[in-house]
Design a protein around this ligand. Structure first.
Ligand code: GLN
Length: 246
């Protein structure tokens, strides 16, 4: 079997299971197994795969077939300029959330040292991306999920930031420590009716805790905005992600 054959085979199985991104997902799976870029694969379609690689491909395929998001299947997701480890205990970083990073970088001039608070850090993607570009800053990152914090800590280590970010397992309601130049958050803000209508990939696999914002979707948003008024220094800034219709 060559690269082309295994991609066609996988693509066919995923399409039959109504996976819209079947071709891309198969390329990502193969790229992960062979430890080659998608480009390297696509210009070498006649190269052969061995039995072990086929077995691995089938293993990943069986997970994706059941709608498990490709990021969980592979165990990582790219966000901003870096790769982040993810598992089912954290939200998969979304491209739209990169806007928080963009706005934060505008607010922090290069070489300035600011104290940043990340509320609901999840995989840690936001705060890690920012600290990679602003080496003088330090941060506190909170999450109510202990399991999520474990992933965030691992990501901080992978990006050599373990000494710059302190991770705390606490609800923002109970957090009273210190004052911050900048507060960031991508909180759960999806309201009840919308949550029930989410795609299966999201609703059945990603943590409800990271997505669901209560009946009207405003519960966590209100909590964070209120608390930020106490935790921000004068002229500090809160950057928060909200839903398109909120
Ligand atoms: N801060 C993380 C992210 O943006 C997690 C957010 C969340 O769990 N709601 O991906």
């Amino acid at each position: 079997m060559n690269y082309q054959n295994i991609l066609d085979y996988g693509n066919n199985i995923l399409s039959l299971n109504n996976i819209k991104t079947s071709q891309l997902d198969c390329e990502l799976i193969l790229s992960n197994i062979l430890n080659k870029t998608r480009e390297e694969i696509l210009i070498n379609l006649n190269a052969k795969v061995d039995q072990k690689q086929i077995e691995k491909f089938n293993f990943y395929l069986s997970k994706r077939k059941k709608k498990e998001p490709i990021a969980y299947v592979l165990g990582y997701k790219h966000f901003w300029k870096h790769k982040f480890l993810v598992d089912k205990s954290v939200l998969i970083p979304r491209p739209e959330t990169e806007q928080i990073v963009e706005e934060a970088l505008k607010f922090i001039p290069t070489n300035h040292s600011k104290m940043v608070l990340d509320i609901g850090t999840g995989s840690g993607c936001i705060i890690i991306s920012i600290l990679k570009e602003r080496s003088k800053c330090k941060a506190i990152a909170l999450d109510i999920s202990f399991k999520a914090l474990k992933i965030a800590k691992t990501n901080a280590k992978l990006h050599h930031l373990e000494n710059k970010i302190k991770f705390i397992n606490i609800d923002i309601d109970k957090f009273e420590t210190s004052k911050y130049d900048l507060i960031l958050s991508n909180p759960p803000y999806i309201k009840n009716v919308d949550y029930n209508r989410l795609d299966d990939d999201v609703r059945c696999f990603e943590p409800k805790l990271a997505l669901y914002g209560g009946l009207d979707g405003y519960g966590e948003l209100k909590k964070i905005i209120k608390k930020s008024s106490k935790l921000l220094k004068d002229n500090g800034k809160l950057i928060i992600e909200i839903g398109a219709n909120q």
